[in-house]
Design a protein around this ligand. Structure first.
Ligand code: FE2
Length: 353
């Protein structure tokens, strides 16, 4: 469980350290592919209770994500072409995400962390990752299965209005003009108009879509609504969407590492989000997800290969670089719960290597 003290500890340690990121080739269209294959090799080196998911589980989980991504693709491409789109396939996908969440939560969270380079033409991955983070929060809040499905569907459709925004603006690699920002800020209203046609059964969808950029302290848009007037799903999605955006690349900037994003949210944005929702998020979010790189107090750098489920600063790490910064000929796996003198001090961007 994330403790606020852990986050505060992180703040003290990191200060204003600059993180440079070397560019890497942009990924191809399909970003959802098998991940962590190499981990199968090192899985054998981890005690059975800490081992990651099996290949079969990964395949099943990734195929669910691919299905959702495919439905989102269809939705956005229909909107771009001015065609009607059907909500039923997305509802089916939302149900699948919720149903599989408990079983595959770890795989989903690892995938969200690792697919940070996607800067696709449509916000489909943002919608997918936002839905998963929203389900994570909703589960901690104790929402019922039916409510979680509504929440997931709301998240999958929260940015439908982006399908009506000029793609040149969405993909612009430099600062946006004021007029371009205004154009983007029309997407909640445009999106909710698109969702209205699904009728009263889906009333929550257009309400949430219209409110996803409203904020608890009244600082959001388009209407500057206050806490009392914002739908609960919109409150959850606004936090999930913010965290997703911060921890993933965008055409004009690189991502932040999870710890820095969480630090920023807690330090600078906490009044914008509902307190209980923020608390639920902090209970579950992972500071050093499996797949991420981290520096230890010994100055060695390694990759987190398994979660101990204990304090964030003590995971199972495959140490790849020695304290002199040189790549080790033989990496070594350390369970930091069993190495009292070692702990993680900061996250490292793998693009630095
Ligand atoms: Fe949005």
């Amino acid at each position: 469980m994330v403790k606020i003290s852990d986050i505060i500890r992180g703040q003290d340690l990191f200060g204003d350290k600059k993180r440079k990121a070397k560019g890497r080739n942009q990924k191809d269209e399909v970003v959802i592919s098998g991940i962590l294959a190499a981990d199968d090799i090192i899985n054998d080196m981890i005690s059975p209770s800490l081992r990651g998911p099996t290949n079969i589980e990964k395949k099943e989980a990734l195929s669910i994500l691919s299905g959702v991504s495919g439905s989102l693709d269809k939705m956005f491409s229909s909107i771009r072409k001015g065609k009607e789109f059907d909500i039923a396939p997305l509802k089916t996908q939302a149900k699948k995400l919720v149903k599989s969440f408990e079983k595959f939560e770890n795989i989903y969270m690892i995938q969200i962390y690792n697919d940070y380079e996607d800067v696709s033409l449509t916000p489909k991955y943002n919608s997918l990752w936002t839905a998963l983070i929203a389900i994570m929060i909703g589960s901690v809040l104790g929402l019922e299965r039916e409510e979680l499905t509504e929440l997931a569907l709301s998240a999958l459709t929260h940015d439908v209005g982006m399908g009506l925004i000029d793609e040149d603006i969405l993909n612009k690699k430099t600062d946006l003009l004021r007029s371009e920002i205004r154009e983007i800020e029309t997407h909640p209203e445009k999106g909710s108009e698109l969702l209205k046609k699904f009728g009263d059964d889906y009333g929550y969808l257009f309400e949430v879509c219209a409110q996803e950029h409203e904020r608890e302290d009244g600082s959001g848009y388009p209407n500057g609504l206050g806490a009392k007037d914002i739908h609960q799903y919109a409150k959850i999605i606004s936090l999930a969407d913010t965290y997703e955006a911060m921890t993933h690349d965008r055409p004009f900037r690189k991502r932040m590492l999870p710890l820095y994003a969480i630090k920023d949210i807690v330090e600078n944005m906490k009044h914008k989000f509902n307190k209980n929702i923020l608390k639920a998020f902090l209970e579950k979010v992972t500071l050093f997800p499996v797949g991420s790189y981290a520096k230890l107090n010994s100055k060695e750098v390694g990759r987190v290969i398994a979660s101990t489920g204990e304090t964030h600063f003590r995971q199972v790490v495959n140490i790849l670089y020695g304290s002199d910064g040189k790549k080790l000929k033989t990496p070594r796996v350390v369970n930091l719960m069993e190495a009292p003198l070692l702990h993680i001090v900061e996250p490292v961007d793998e693009r630095e290597f």
